[in-house]
Design a protein around this ligand. Structure first.
Ligand code: ME8
Length: 507
């Protein structure tokens, strides 16, 4: 089956921060999980390059808008590559096929009678690239700002095309009612639904005061409102409108991964545009929370913006990936701190996982001729632990299906906790003197459970799990989830074990 997953496309008006990294790591984990589960995956990320914000930033910096877009888009792509993000396409909204897709979507909405020319006057926030009604703004120190973001708004008056968003109020409410899985988590769906229920106004969808955008078909004085063009990237990636075969294969998208500040655009405007154009809706929009530095919002003025490169340099890539997904309930806001990361690295990774692997594999190296031991008859304890490990896959699948990434990891770590308890209780180091055959069975069960959990957590920590699977001599073609049921083969020679998850070294 095909599985199409996207991240939001970032504004390349600045360089990426850890909030972006968080979104990419989570989406990448889901994409990798689905690939290992045998799905035909298409994973897209990229940059959202049009709009007034880009044009104004470029002017301030004294570079051309295209130059700004090129430089910073490359920085986002480099971040993805540094983080091991397994995207299939990095889309840029300045790509030629994207212009064609956006104009085609426009034509279809127009053909449906949902676009008309009028005059816009109201408050626009360049930072949010969003329009606000008077009562969504407030005066702070004499400056009018949007309540939701605190960003300055400016009074804008111009000729504009409008989209008949008001016409979609009822169909949208029906969507949230009939397909509650369309927006997750539930708290976000409720927020969106109550916003829609309070009434929708038609949406201004073109601008004439600048030209850094996609021309409106048939009226080139106007460029499209950046969000019309931005949301369309998801269709462009799926081959719309020219590649019918690709479109059939990938659309509708299975899930759009986005942050809470842009829930309205994805859960209201986007389905309304698609309904108007007669295009199937994506199956789900998953809204994640914001990442804070020790509970504080990151901001350049506070000086607590953390560069994802520094974080990865300091703790290691897999630790950062693991920490973000294990620590934060995916959907809620979360915080990171040096202490939080070190605690997870030392307890969950070094103690519970690495140590279990290292202790069992060292015993195997010393006492079983450095090869996978031969298990004897299994006891109830052995069977129970193996069943728990094998059962973790179904739980993981379910949690991945609702983007509950923290619960997926929790299920795996429950098994590791049980395996540690089992290992201590069975005391294989004592069995060595009293019952070597039983020792071999206990070691086999332990490393088999390590194999299963390692296969399952590959999407989160691709590098360290590959190393650990090498230590277990798991062949490259036996690392997907179909191989969960193919246990370690007694007698297979194993390489000399080395620790894979070291503790954090304080300088
Ligand atoms: O919104 N924690 O781009 P963007 C977690 N171009 N996520 C965060 C975050 C934080 N501190 N800060 C930002 C845009 N994000 C539009 C999207 S999609 C068709 C167009 C998330 O660069 C944010 O919620 O401002 C969004 O999902 C993504 O990073 C890109 O944000």
């Amino acid at each position: 089956m095909s599985f199409y997953i996207t991240t939001a496309i970032a504004y390349p008006n600045g360089t990426p921060h850890i909030g972006h990294a968080y979104e990419y790591i989570a989406a990448d984990t889901i994409a990798r999980f689905q690939r290992l589960a045998g799905e035909d995956v298409f994973f897209m990320t990229g940059t959202d390059e049009h709009g007034l914000k880009m044009q104004q930033t470029a002017q301030k910096l004294g570079v051309s808008t295209q130059e700004l877009a090129d430089t910073n888009s490359a920085a986002f792509k480099a971040l993805d590559d540094m983080l091991g993000i397994s995207y299939d396409r990095f889309i840029r909204t300045t790509d030629a096929d994207h212009t064609a897709a956006s104009q085609e979507l426009w034509r279809r909405m127009e053909a449906a009678g949902d676009i008309y020319l009028d005059y816009y006057s109201g408050w626009y926030s360049v930072r949010d690239e969003a329009y606000f009604t008077e009562d969504e703004t407030e005066l702070v120190d004499g400056v009018r700002v949007a309540q939701s973001s605190g960003a300055e708004v400016t009074w804008t008056e111009e000729e504009s095309y409008f989209f008949r968003l008001s016409k979609y109020q009822e169909p949208l409410l029906e969507l949230y009612r009939e397909c509650p899985e369309f927006v997750g988590p539930e708290v976000r769906r409720n927020e969106v639904a109550s916003f829609v229920a309070s009434g929708l106004k038609d949406l201004s969808i073109s601008r004439t005061t600048f030209d850094w955008g996609i021309p409106v078909p048939g009226d080139e004085k106007h460029v499209m409102y950046v969000w019309v063009d931005a949301l369309t990237n998801y269709l462009t990636g799926a081959g719309f409108p020219h590649d019918a075969e690709a479109f059939e294969r990938w659309w509708p998208a299975d899930v759009h991964i986005i942050g809470k500040d842009i829930a309205r655009f994805h859960a209201i405007y986007w389905p309304a545009f698609l309904m108007s154009a007669g295009i199937e809706l994506p199956r789900r929009v998953h809204v994640h929370g914001f990442l804070f530095n020790k509970g504080e919002k990151m901001s350049k003025s506070v000086g607590n913006v953390v560069d994802p490169y520094d974080l990865v340099d300091g703790y290691g890539l897999d630790t950062v990936r693991f920490f973000l997904l294990r620590e934060i309930s995916y959907g809620q806001d979360g915080s990171y701190s040096h202490d939080g990361i070190v605690t997870r690295k030392n307890t969950d990774l070094a103690n519970e996982y690495g140590n279990l692997a290292q202790r069992s594999l060292s015993m195997v190296a010393k006492n079983c001729d450095g090869a996978v031991p031969t298990p004897g008859p299994l006891t109830a304890e052995d069977e129970a632990l193996l069943a728990a490990a094998r059962g973790a896959y179904m739980q993981a699948r379910e949690h991945i299906g609702t983007q509950s990434l923290h619960l997926y990891l929790e299920a795996c770590w429950k098994v590791l906790a049980a395996a540690n308890k089992y290992f201590s209780a069975q005391e294989p180091w004592k069995l060595k003197k009293t019952d070597e055959a039983r020792m071999a069975t206990v070691l086999w069960v332990t490393i088999e459970v390590v194999r299963i959990i390692t296969l399952l957590v590959q999407p989160v920590m691709p590098q360290s799990t590959a190393q650990l699977l090498d230590l277990l001599a798991v062949p490259a073609d036996a690392r997907d989830f179909a191989a969960l049921d193919t246990p370690l083969v007694a007698g297979t020679p194993l390489p000399k074990p080395v620790p894979v998850f070291p503790k954090f070294q304080e300088d």
